[in-house]
Write a protein that binds this ligand. Structure first.
Ligand code: NA7
Length: 891
């Protein structure tokens, strides 16, 4: 049905006694609720929207404080489901004011004749699932109760204001206002002594305008926010031109982007840019006045890396100092306690300059907390401020508040949502909750919601939910419920994602830290609307994975499981590789595969700087071999790690694991010497193994010349390189040296058998394939030689080997032989630490600056090397941000 014709369709609701019977009840007539109603009607469902307010608009109905505006460019904060609607409405400004946004919702409601199915001034008092009828029973405070098959919370993320939490509010004799519940006919502040408590977006937008009216304004600030000038006015030409060039393409790009606004993925990391280049990017972002721009376009690691993020903080502090004349006030306004972007940054108009006005005072609550509100004003530890008006800009019980606190929701077996969420919100996809059949949330906790352009996220949710309801109906199902397995998997995925960004380091409403006693967890999904959309689509394409579907006349369907088991960044990398449609390496021949690897490696981030990089030649088993040496910036002599690169004994060279060698050198504070051993097919088994041993002996003998610490060396390697490293340990033990203090084996090849489960489970799809391993083995080693411990070290004598650190990855064909080797070492009495990297693939741990969730693992490997060398394990205090578990399995 064309969108414009939907208005004519009536929602055929019926009244049975005092109860209104509908297919779907929706709570909230804001951005989400309006589109839901339209889309439900279009899909042929009867629906009612229950709305507490007197009209449409949701958060924009209530938030009428002076200066209230959108902080996503309104061109992007619009419905896109109907291109005609998109064309009929033109925003007057880059960031529309609250009244204009409210007019837009009124326009939408009129255009699709939505109001006739919205019950205004109607609050839901309770919602209960009835197992016998498979329906929700909704109790309202105004008019008929409602019985519905599906219940959808379109209650918004920021709609339940937080209570003031300050003693004495009731004693105050003056006027009290909440920005989130501002009087509709405005407030006259002229000539009054006004206080604003709170300096989030609402405070920062309203303070400059309140200061213009009030006789005196005192701002009570607990946490300074980062604010950047909005530079409001007409929509900027560059964005408008981009949009108008191809509106449909622009909207589609937004849907698959990170934040719901089309911007390219920034590739350059902070340390690759000079100071001047960084400043130039920052100035451009500052001039753009666009949160999405400054949050995503400065440098690739700005949201993930603490040090890179701190560079932005310093540049913003400079800006604040340049505007605010009083240095003490400027310092108080400069955020020091959270990374930029980890708490919602704000857009302002004259915010910092407002503090230069003679009628404005900033009170820094970190230095003088509020003691109480009294009849005449506010008393802090250091002063008493007499007031006529107090404005609370103190924020919301975000995300869960509107769903949970508004009314009791009771699911199966009488369980209440608040009891199920007592330890934090549990959802599947942020859309559904196990135990609450046919209950849906639009932009609920666990979905991108507030970390995205809400418009894009809302439309995606509404489309997904209504399309599912239609598909359910067509298949004869009447209930849909998330499984516990799927929900637990989503919680794990959310926890993995939360390690990717710095949000966890801030006290913010994103984590619930603003509400006393609220369980803290990163509530929005932080890995982007595009990836999230892909996951929701995958749930459908995999047969409604993680949902149980039932109906009176059909067999129950439950395709149980977890939709994402990979680490989020590994999933992205694999997705990008799949899009590149790369050839099968084994089809290229040895030289072709080597050329391919060289080209492929050109696309990865360059390794980070170390003290010095050198190269030279050493003596291998049958002649000179090239090496690359990485020296730390710290004074030596350093212990030496002899490193063997990966590549199946066929590919790679002493340079091919360059970023990983640099990372090992930086993190361990040791010299890393990467050896260019000989490859098959030119030099088949045992050339690589014998070169490994000879190179280690040579390096140990020439340690002092290399600037290293004389004495035992360490060995390390990845994949086939780890095979060479551990074979070297066996040979060194049997051939009288050199002394090796420890071995780091990353995803090692340890045996020639291919029948372990990991070979079957991870045969394809995780970069290193079973076919490629077969090819490597065939080229390197004839079947008769493969059981030789120099090829299959698992078959050798493991007693008396140096202590080992063995890292394996869950989605790697080599996983099981690596674990078996670690266990065999331990059984032979060798001290072993095992790292089993959940959700990772064969190359995860060596993909430095690409697989961020591998950082914790890389830190642990470096620590292990230091331990082997007798150094304190930690080079520097570094936050452990890895979801990887390390089990000591000491022999
Ligand atoms: P926010 O961003 O939660 O800001 C609330 C502000 O109020 C923030 O500065 C809080 O400091 C402060 N606050 C909260 N409680 C208190 C008490 N008890 N005492 C002193 N100060 C307090 O809400 P907004 O309404 O400004 O913005 C919400 C979102 O709307 C915004 O992010 C945009 O997405 C649009 P704290 O930081 O907790 O120390």
């Amino acid at each position: 049905m064309p969108d414009a014709a939907v208005a004519a369709r009536s929602s055929e609701t019926t009244n049975s006694g005092a109860t209104q019977q509908v297919d779907v009840a929706v709570v909230g007539a804001g951005f989400a609720g309006l589109y839901l109603l339209h889309k439900l009607r279009k899909a042929g469902f009867s629906a009612v929207v229950l709305e507490d307010a007197g009209d449409v608009g949701g958060t924009w109905y209530w938030n009428r404080y002076p200066g209230a505006r959108c902080d996503i460019q309104t061109m992007d904060y619009s419905y896109t489901f109907d291109p005609e609607l998109d064309r009929e409405w033109t925003w007057s400004e880059k960031y529309a004011t609250q009244p204009e946004i409210l007019r837009y919702f009124g326009f939408v409601a009129d255009r699709y004749d939505l109001r006739r199915d919205i019950r205004f001034n109607t609050r839901v008092k309770a919602a209960k699932w009835d197992d016998t009828s498979d329906r929700w029973q909704i109790v309202t405070d105004n008019g008929a109760d409602v019985s519905c098959r599906y219940y959808i919370m379109a209650t918004g993320c920021l709609s339940t204001p937080k209570p003031p939490e300050i003693d004495g509010v009731k004693d105050f004799k003056g006027e009290i206002y909440f920005t989130g519940r501002w009087p509709h006919d405005g407030v006259n502040l002229a000539g009054k002594r006004v206080a604003v408590i709170g300096t989030g977006s609402s405070g920062i937008q309203s303070i400059p305008l309140i200061a213009e009216q009030a006789a005196h304004l005192t701002v009570f600030q607990r946490t300074a926010s980062f604010a950047l000038p909005a530079h409001n006015g007409p929509a900027p030409d560059d964005r408008k031109t981009y949009f108008e060039a191809d509106r449909a393409a622009y909207r589609e790009q937004a849907r698959w982007s990170l934040a719901g606004v089309p911007y390219p993925q920034e590739m350059a990391v902070s340390w690759q840019l000079s100071d001047a280049e960084r400043r130039e990017r920052f100035e451009k972002a500052w001039a753009a006045g666009d949160l999405v721009h400054i949050l995503t376009q400065l440098w690739a690691d700005q949201a993930a890396d603490f040090d890179s993020n701190a560079l932005i903080g310093k540049l913003i502090h400079e800006k604040i100092r340049a505007v605010v004349k009083d240095p003490e006030t400027a310092a108080a306004l400069s955020p020091q306690d959270h990374p930029f972007g980890s708490k919602r940054p704000c857009l302002d108009t004259n915010y910092y300059a407002t503090y230069n006005r003679p009628n404005v005072t900033l009170v820094n609550l970190r230095q003088e907390p509020i003691k109480a509100i009294t009849a005449s004003g506010i008393v802090t530890d250091k002063r008493s401020v007499d007031l006529d008006v107090i404005v609370f800009a103190t924020g919301f019980d975000a995300m869960t508040g509107a769903i949970m606190a508004v009314h009791p929701i009771t699911g199966r077996a009488g369980k209440s949502l608040s009891s199920v969420w007592a330890q934090g919100p549990q959802t599947y996809l942020g859309l559904t909750v196990a135990g609450f059949p046919n209950l849906f949330m639009i932009t609920g906790p666990g979905s991108p919601s507030v970390l995205s352009n809400m418009a894009v996220s809302i439309e995606q949710h509404v489309d997904w939910v209504v399309d599912r309801l239609a598909a359910l109906r067509d298949a004869g199902f009447t209930t849909m419920e998330a499984t516990e397995t799927a929900q637990a998997g989503w919680a794990r995925h959310m926890a993995d994602c939360s390690m990717l960004t710095l949000h966890r380091l801030a006290n913010t409403w994103y984590t619930g830290a603003n509400v006393p006693g609220k369980v803290q967890t990163l509530m929005p999904y932080n890995s982007g609307v595009g990836p999230y959309r892909g996951i929701c689509n995958e749930v459908v394409s995999r047969g409604m994975l993680g949902f149980k579907l039932t109906g009176p006349d059909v067999a129950e369907q439950c395709n149980d499981g977890e939709v994402v088991r990979l680490q989020p960044d590994v999933r992205l990398v694999l997705g990008m590789l799949a899009e590149m449609n790369l050839p099968q390496i084994e089809s290229l021949g040895a030289q072709g595969a080597r050329d391919f690897l060289t080209e492929f490696n050109k696309g990865r981030p360059a390794g980070r700087p170390v003290g010095e990089v050198g190269s030279g030649a050493l003596q291998g088993a049958e002649g000179p071999l090239p090496y690359r040496l990485y020296r730390p910036a710290t004074p030596g002599p350093h212990p030496i790690v002899v490193y063997f690169h990966g590549g199946g004994w066929v590919l790679g060279d002493e340079l091919s694991d360059d970023p990983f060698c640099r990372d090992l050198c930086r993190r361990s504070g040791m010299i890393v010497v990467s050896v260019g051993y000989r490859h098959a097919p030119e030099h088949r088994f045992p050339a690589a193994a014998e070169d490994g041993y000879a190179a280690t002996r040579w390096i140990a003998e020439h340690a002092a010349e290399l600037g290293g610490r004389p004495g035992p060396v360490l060995v390390a390697g990845w994949s086939a390189g780890a095979n060479i490293a551990t074979v070297t340990c066996q040979l060194a033990r049997d051939r009288g040296g050199p002394q090796i203090a420890g071995q780091l084996l990353v995803c090692p090849v340890t045996d020639c058998r291919f029948d372990r489960p990991s070979y079957a489970d991870n045969a394809v799809g995780y970069f290193l394939t079973r076919a490629l391993m077969f090819w490597f083995w065939d080229i390197y080693c004839s079947p008769a030689d493969r059981t030789d411990p120099r090829a299959s070290p698992l078959r050798g004598n493991l007693a008396g080997l140096p202590p080992a650190f063995v890292a394996t990855c869950e989605f790697d064909p080599l996983r099981d032989e690596g674990i078996e080797y670690a266990e065999a070492l331990a059984a032979a009495g060798v001290p072993v630490e095992q790292l089993q990297a959940r959700g990772h693939i064969h190359s995860s741990l060596v993909m430095v600056d690409v697989v961020i969730t591998g950082v914790g693992g890389r830190a642990k490997m470096a620590e292990a090397l230091r331990g082997f060398a007798g150094l304190p394990r930690k080079l520097e205090e570094s936050a452990d941000i890895s979801p990887i578990s390390v089990n000591a399995a000491a022999g």
